[in-house]
Design a protein around this ligand. Structure first.
Ligand code: ATP
Length: 631
């Protein structure tokens, strides 16, 4: 009979493990059975005793119970989640709104107005600025200079028009690289418990309408001031500017009215465009000297018609054709795509003289030019890229395109043709009647006169209309026609904002001082440009000399192989000092120097010979570097 000792200590002083081990070793230390027939019962007995010892251990049993319970709970949770997801897939419409897209702004405002974040206890506090943030209004606002913006971290459930709507916000949904460092962009996910797609579209439409209504006192300006990598386009900053009344823009009579009428008509006649089969878009070019009111006009028009502006800086290093296309197609209908200084997209000789582009570094004693663009260019956008956006691939319908420039002559005629630019408006330096209107805008308080922009913090002294009219007249008569921009006159008046009489008294002296300074400046500029031109001509002459010298050497070398009665080369393309003859050379076509970008045609050669002979002739001197190719 095998002898087995089971030794169980229920309350082992040194703990559970010791007790278990003791029992185990007492089993294994016992004599083994002599016959093989006893092995089975021994093993069974050993297993039983081990389990029995475990069961006797209360700590272990409790831990096992907890483990099983935890597993059950987690399994149940996952099962519920899985069922919810199935349910949502079956009975829910889900929409995703990405930060950086205009629709994200609509939905955030909508949720704020629906008080979805009412229970939020988690805010980001910013000093009030022009960045669009739909902050929550504190009931008793203590500090009007701060914005309290919920961080929207907790998922929320609310009812809208009888539907259950769930909102989740993933704050690190998308990674975005920018020169300022990596940035994460949030995503808002909305689930509506319905299968009716119209519910979602009416929610989005309502969100947009509310956004437009809320923005009405302001003009919303979206800007792309950083590169955008990834599938969607990111309008990196949204600002809202106080709406400027149209009456604060002082232009030649009828100009502003005709522009507003034209834009309004465009917005109202979408159906007509569709029926007539004409692309539904309209382009405007505002051109003229700086400070004459081009940008101000666009902002005032946008405010008047309730349009949002999407501004693209063509001169930024990251804006190229692909970027432009992506940006243009991400703009919602009936918005303004604004490209200021559109002439940047066109090369100019003057810019080349200024030393833009990579060549500048070598020719300016190692000075580094910051321009990332080729010589003579101020933007990576090309004409064809721009035209594509206006009327080809990437051009989206239902947009008003506005471009401004100070140099209309630089623009390519292809850009200016109707269909791309439908209306051109010229801005000029101020006339006397504009100067007078500006004066009245500053100092007048008559309801019939244009008043100063309400957003302005300038406080001016009001004068009776009769007095102001006379003073405005005197003021304007001292301002020469078409000499000063409205911005310059505005700058002068700002210095006398509380003193209209002083403004009238000083305007004459200011005008003559400005004109003298301007003449001196123009003289300096002329000299600078003349120097630059001289430099350029010198550079070109040096290049030409070098080329001619090289050419002379080449022609000499080649004529050696073109001696009468000898096989030789009579024409070819000289590349890096080696000549590449072509089969047409027997006609004595000439030499083209590729590496110097200078073409010399019709270099007379002594004797016409056949191409194979030419190969042999050159092969003698330069071996395998010479090839014959049909041109
Ligand atoms: N015609 C104008 N009527 C009213 N204000 C004007 C006018 N022109 C210029 N201003 C004032 O001058 C400032 C600059 O104007 P704005 O930026 O519109 O000029 P711009 O022609 O677009 O100049 P740039 O070509 O340099 O962009 C603004 O503060 C604006 O209020």
């Amino acid at each position: 009979m095998p002898h087995v000792t089971i030794h169980i200590e229920r309350h082992a002083p040194d703990g559970t493990l010791l007790s278990t081990l003791t029992s185990f070793f007492s089993i294994t230390a016992s004599p083994r059975s002599e016959s093989s027939g006893n092995n089975w019962s021994f093993t069974r007995l050993m297993g039983f005793s081990f389990i029995a010892s475990l069961l006797q251990n209360q700590h272990l049993v409790d831990s096992a119970k907890l483990l099983v319970l935890g597993t059950l709970i987690e399994t149940g949770r996952r099962l519920c989640q899985w069922l919810m997801e199935r349910f949502q897939l079956q009975y829910c419409i889900t929409a995703q709104f990405d930060e950086g897209d205009p629709a994200y702004e609509w939905i955030v405002l909508f949720l704020t107005q629906e008080n979805v974040w009412r229970r939020s206890r988690d805010f980001r506090v910013n000093a009030k600025n022009s960045q669009r943030k739909w902050g929550i209004q504190a009931e008793h606002e203590v500090d009007g200079n701060a914005d309290y913006v919920p961080t929207y971290e907790m998922p929320q459930l609310f009812r809208w028009k009888g539907y259950w709507v769930e909102i989740k916000r993933n704050k690190n949904a998308r990674q975005w690289t920018s020169p300022a460092g990596p940035r994460t962009l949030a995503t808002m996910i909305i689930s509506i418990y319905t299968l009716d797609m119209n519910v979602l579209s009416s929610l989005v439409a309502e969100a947009r309408t509310r956004y437009q209504e809320t923005s009405r006192p302001n003009v919303t300006v979206h800007m792309a001031d950083m590169p955008s990598y990834g599938p969607g386009f990111v309008w990196s900053s949204v600002k809202h500017k106080a709406r400027r009344p149209l009456s604060s823009i002082i232009l030649m009579e009828g100009v502003l009215e005709s522009l507003v009428k034209d834009a309004q008509e465009f917005i109202d006649t979408e159906d007509w465009y569709t029926e007539a089969g004409i692309p539904y878009r309209r382009g405007y070019l505002l051109y003229g000297p700086p400070g004459t009111g081009k940008t101000s006009t666009i902002y005032a028009l946008a405010g008047e018609l309730g349009l949002e502006i999407f501004a693209l800086p063509l001169s930024s290093g990251f804006v190229d054709d692909a970027y432009l296309q992506k940006a243009a197609s991400s703009i919602p209908k009936n918005s303004i795509l604004l490209i200021e200084d559109i002439d940047c997209a066109f090369p100019s000789r003057d810019d080349a003289d200024e030393g833009d582009g990579p060549n500048y570094q070598q020719e300016n004693h190692g000075m580094v030019s910051n321009s990332p663009f080729p010589r003579g260019r101020k933007s990576a956008v090309t004409l064809s890229g721009l035209l594509n956006v206006l009327d080809g691939i990437g051009s989206e319908e239902g947009k008003l395109f506005f471009a401004t420039t100070n140099y209309v002559d630089k623009l390519d005629p292809a850009l200016l043709r109707p269909g791309r630019i439908d209306k051109k408006i010229q801005y000029k330096f101020a006339t006397q009647s504009q100067a007078s209107a500006l004066f009245r805008r500053f100092f007048g308080r008559s309801p019939t006169l244009p008043t100063i922009d309400s957003s302005s913090d300038e406080k001016t002294a009001a004068l009776p209309p009769s007095s102001i009219g006379a003073q405005a007249q005197t003021f304007a008569s001292s301002v020469p026609e078409h000499e000063f921009s409205t911005a310059e006159l505005q700058g002068f008046l700002l210095r006398h904002k509380k003193d209209p009489a002083g403004a009238v008294a000083c305007i004459g002296a200011w005008v003559s001082q400005e004109l003298t300074e301007r003449r001196e400046k123009e003289e300096r500029e002329r000299e600078r440009k003349a120097k630059l031109r001289e430099k350029r001509e010198e550079r070109e002459a040096r290049q030409m000399e070098g080329t001619m010298a090289k050419l002379g050497g080449m022609v000499g070398a080649m004529s050696m192989y073109g001696q009468p009665g000898r096989p030789g080369m009579v024409g070819g393309i000289v590349t890096g000092g080696l000549a590449t003859p072509s089969p047409a050379y027997d006609e004595g076509r000439g030499v083209q120097v590729v590496d110097e970008k200078v073409e010399v045609e019709e270099v007379a050669m002594p004797v016409p010979v056949s191409a194979p002979e030419a190969v042999v002739g050159m092969a003698e001197s330069s071996g395998p570097a010479v090839t014959v190719a049909s041109s």
